[in-house]
Design a protein around this ligand. Structure first.
Ligand SMILES: C[S@@+](CC[C@H](N)C(=O)[O-])C[C@H]1O[C@@H](n2cnc3c(N)ncnc32)[C@H](O)[C@@H]1O
Length: 255
């Protein structure tokens, strides 16, 4: 996937907020090892490294562009190019953290217990994922994809529900857990600028389209999607746009 750190950084504060909320919800702990899976441009990894300055901290990501941006931040963190699907730590980790990344990885029924197995006894796994795939930002994307001349090439590229019901994660993690805390928060992001929801999804949900279509076809797709978003997310009287965004949080402590 062709991640673009500059586009991703356009709404940096709004995107980072759930990550900081996840860090704030961690139980009291003093991890010696911290791993951030899908660390992206690394700002949250740095927040973890600052909070536990004595810990060995690693950020793992499969995007060279994202990791290149992260590597500019701090050499104390081990920035590693790697794929979560194949990631196995050399030794169990005390804090396994992942913000807005695991929704990109398929097969949660096997993935979550496997990742939790990589956590040391008494250690913590903390995950945040969007669970807004039924909101207009995503349903309109899938509808434009299904209704245009590009329908055949885009078929199967936009997943309908990559994140499961909250209780499902409890069931997958609880057999090996001392405690599992699962909750959802719907943020009301306040976005500036023209077509901000399009600019937001251009960095994330729209990526499969951006790497499949080109030229006039991509321009046509983008205009249809832009127009649909503009009526689903109208500008407020103050010129800003409200973007409701539901997210799932999981904090599990290993037995
Ligand atoms: C939405 S960004 C989140 C970045 C960062 N965690 C944050 O909160 O700012 C998702 C990140 O997950 C990474 N990613 C997606 N699938 C991955 C995989 N299979 N293995 C490693 N990284 C992956 C992407 O490269 C991207 O940097």
């Amino acid at each position: 996937m062709a991640w673009d750190p500059a586009q991703y950084g356009l709404f940096e504060a709004a995107r980072a907020r759930p990550g900081h909320d996840l860090i704030a919800a961690l139980p009291p702990c003093k991890p010696a090892t911290v791993v951030d899976l899908g660390c992206g441009p690394g700002k949250l990894t740095m927040a973890l490294a600052s909070r536990w300055s004595g810990a060995e901290v690693a950020g793992i990501d499969s995007s060279p562009a994202m990791l290149g941006r992260a590597a500019l931040l701090d050499a104390r963190v081990a920035w590693e190019l790697g794929d979560i699907r194949h990631w196995r730590p050399k030794a169990p980790v005390d804090l396994l953290f992942s913000n807005a990344a695991l929704q990109w990885v398929e097969g949660h029924a096997a993935l979550f217990p496997r990742l939790f197995d990589a956590v040391a006894p008494g250690g913590v796994m903390a995950v945040q994922m969007p669970r807004n795939f039924a909101s207009p930002s995503h349903t309109l994307l899938r509808r434009v994809a299904a209704e245009g001349p590009w329908a055949a090439v885009l078929e199967g590229r936009l997943r309908e529900a990559p994140v499961h019901d909250p209780a499902q994660y409890y069931d997958w993690l609880s057999p090996a857990a001392a405690h599992v805390n699962v909750w959802e928060t719907e943020y009301l992001h306040v976005l500036d600028g023209p077509d901000p929801v399009l600019e937001w999804t251009r960095a994330t949900a729209m990526l499969p389209v951006l790497e499949t279509l080109t030229g006039a076809e991509l321009a046509d797709f983008t205009e249809r999607y832009r127009a649909a978003l503009a009526s689903a997310y109208p500008r407020r009287p103050d010129g800003r746009t409200l973007f409701p965004f539901r997210r799932l949080f999981i904090v599990a402590t290993r037995a």
